[in-house]
Design a protein around this ligand. Structure first.
Ligand code: SAH
Length: 410
């Protein structure tokens, strides 16, 4: 769709109507943005995939305007609860400008060499779009077909608002199939960086490969947790498990850890972590490519039990679906048990879970189980979440996914 076309709003009376089943409308009135296929009574009119629709209650009451996708379980994504608010370029421009203002004016994440999440999907009222800024580069991730169809509009608006050197599109595994997306990774505007992009976070420099790195290249959601961890790192022997490109490891070294070892199964991540350590002139940091579970198990067997003053655990998402929750909880239990065994008395455990399906209560209960099993007291000193540039929408609590607990293991 061209910008001009999407500037021409359709009055809501002319749009196809999606009627919600009785007793299923409450969350939608409360501004939850996902209407699932199973909650739809019927569709009136020709709702093409990606098209704008009006969502109504069983009694014919207006609920919201949204974008339809017959190929997704999230059949309609809701964007506006005002009947006269068309989902056109002017609407997207206002939302992107809002999102940029939060990062720049409220959070002060305006260092030109810094990195931050500029747009966080539902949490910024643009369900299906994520945009991260790495210095002068933007990386976009699209998770909905309707947004993919409007990519030209979003690219145009992002260029206008942010003046990036280039915008690169990344797609998340599995999402393309779930939404029926036909897009692939690559540049969607401006130049492409030929080398990894150098970004600064708290006076540390990290190289980020926006084309091949995990997610969009760097775990920006952990920025404030790395800072919180640093408060406890001085003088300690630190083990950073699931270290990726060294985010926590470097922050611990900079904060005065006596020694830091990072472990990750990905050889590419470990190579990048080593080069990041060198880039910052940090000598007391080493990295090793290994499976985290085997590594921790072997270290304990080799007499390193109780040998670390701090263990950081930041595993990948163990629970992708509710049905894998039990297996995920067992995985977190095992990882945390192994970590606790390596921690000296009065040592610090920094433990994270990025699975949205695992609640804070579940996560605390895992630590309780580990305390019981290991006979060690675990005192939670801080219960943290994702950095503020990944805000949580009070209307869509699924946007809250990251947990980071800092605990003393007595
Ligand atoms: N703490 C990191 C982000 C970690 S993301 C940061 O601040 O940047 C999770 C990491 O776990 C990924 O780098 C992934 O390669 C790694 N990983 C996944 N399975 C693993 C396993 N079994 N053993 C070790 N690392 C693993």
């Amino acid at each position: 769709m061209s910008v001009a076309e999407s500037l021409r709003p359709a009055p809501s009376s002319m749009l196809p109507r999606v009627i919600v089943k009785r007793r299923r409308a409450r969350p939608l009135f409360a501004r939850h943005p996902w209407l699932f296929a199973g909650s739809i009574e019927r569709v009136e009119g020709d709702a093409a995939d990606g098209a704008e629709v009006v969502v109504e209650s069983h009694d014919g009451e207006f609920i919201a305007r949204g974008l339809y996708n017959g190929q997704s379980q999230i059949r309609v994504r809701l964007y506006s609860w005002q009947p006269d608010q068309a989902l056109d370029a002017a609407c997207w421009r206002a939302r992107l400008a809002d999102a940029v203002r939060l990062r720049r004016d409220v959070l002060g994440l305006d260092d030109p060499a810094g990195a931050c999440r500029l747009v966080f999907s539902e949490a910024d009222a643009i369900s299906g779009l994520v945009v991260d800024r790495y210095g002068p580069w933007l990386v976009a991730q699209v998770t909905s077909l309707a947004i993919a169809e409007r990519l030209g509009v979003f690219t145009h608006l992002l260029v206008e608002l942010c003046r990036p050197r280039g915008i690169y599109l990344r797609t998340e595994r599995g999402v393309a199939a779930a939404e029926g997306l036909r897009i692939s990774d690559g540049p969607i505007g401006g130049d492409v960086p030929v080398e990894p992009v150098r970004i600064t976070e708290d006076d540390l420099v990290y190289e980020v490969d926006i084309r091949t790195g995990q997610k969009t290249g760097f775990y920006l959601d952990q920025r404030e947790n790395r800072r919180a961890m640093a408060r406890y790192a001085r003088g300690r022997r630190v083990l950073d498990v699931f270290c990726y490109t060294g985010g926590f490891a470097l922050a611990a070294a900079r904060a005065g850890a006596s020694e830091v070892l990072g472990v990750d199964v990905s050889e590419a991540a470990v190579a990048a972590a080593r080069s990041n350590a060198a880039l910052n002139g940090l000598g007391a940091v080493r990295f090793e490519a290994a499976d985290a579970f085997e590594f921790m198990h072997e270290r304990a067997a080799e007499g390193e039990a109780g040998g670390y003053g701090m263990v950081i655990l930041d595993p990948p998402k163990f629970a992708r679906h509710t049905r894998s929750l039990d297996a995920a909880l067992r995985g977190y239990h095992r990882a945390n048990r192994l970590a606790v065994d390596l921690i000296e008395p009065d040592g610090i455990l920094v433990t994270c879970s990025c699975s949205g399906h695992v609640s804070r209560a579940d996560f605390a209960a895992i630590l309780g189980g580990v305390a019981e099993e290991s006979g060690r007291s675990i005192q939670i000193l801080a219960e943290r979440g994702q950095a503020a540039d990944h805000p949580v929408s009070a209307s869509c609590l699924e946007t809250s996914y990251l947990k980071c607990f800092i605990a003393r293991v007595v």
